[in-house]
Design a binder for this molecule. Sequence first.
Ligand code: PMP
Length: 354
Amino acid sequence: MKPWEKNIRRVVPYTPGEQPDKPKMIKLNTNENPYPPAPGVAAALRGMDMDRLRLYPDPAAAVLVKAIAADRGLSPEQVFVGVGSDDVLAMCFLTFFNGGEPILFPDITYSFYDVWADVFRIPYETQPLDGQFDIVPQDYYKKNGGVIFPNPNAPTGVECPQEDIEDILRHNRDVIVIVDEAYVEFGAESALPLLEKYDNLIVVQTFSKSRSLAGMRIGYAMASPELIRCLNDVKYSFNSYTMDQTALAAGVASLADRPYYEETIGKIIGVREQTKKRLRVLGFSFRDSKANFVFASHERCPARELFQALREQDIYVRYFDKPRIDNYLRITIGTAEEMDALLSFLERYLNKED
Ligand code: PMP
């Protein structure tokens, strides 16, 4: 071992879903939106003044912050933006989870949380979801250094009822509680109205899923002006220019076309409900998903085998080789045609086995 090796910050990194590039693939593995962003986004990017790229972007990302605040009925002082919600969540971990007590999050959840905790040396304790994959609010009553969970949860798609979120907030007035709402617009209730009552709440959302802009990397946090100031102080101590000129232009343009997104989100929810019916007929079981994916397990055929069989057809879904969830597939909701291709293959495959 070389002497400097002991000084290296070693971490086991987060593993993102693969991004294959096959001509005819059906990609249902990373919860991307199957529809393009609103037409105004392409127009804004085409109309960009190239001379602007010579200059640094506005470090405060003010045009985007203002547009998000107006869209959500908040003041700009209540909004923080970052390079996808991953960046925003990482900044939240660094800023707010800074005490000696362990932070709490579910045992089955977004697998970036334990990675950030490890890289920032934040102690954490996972709390088991119950047998139905529900969060048990009482598990979050104990002394802790902060709480974070997604709603709907990932990868399960299960919504945490608003009463349970408020119960967790009521029992955690002395720490920061983060609700990660990456998928909330596909049918769950947002905790945003609770901001008025709880000054320790942070709600995080993203343009990646419901706004079809995963490739543009735009996420945001909404909280009290005091918490947003703290987040900005940490951000400016790390990297001032997080949002580039193209992301600012695309983000603002996307907020200008609510009807387009209402239509595409509506289509995804419709296809999701149809997909659930056909999956059930095929012998899959799953909790009711309020996200743009379904987390399903088959009564006979192991998930790992199905994952491989689908992959051989260039149909990509997500499989997690982890305790309690290693017999589930997380299937992103694509277009009706994509889901039909997936389900038709599964029908053939599963019936051949009989
Ligand atoms: N939170 C959850 C629960 C997610 O599943 C994801 C997507 N991987 C994110 C946050 C991050 O999304 P993005 O950085 O694209 O906003």
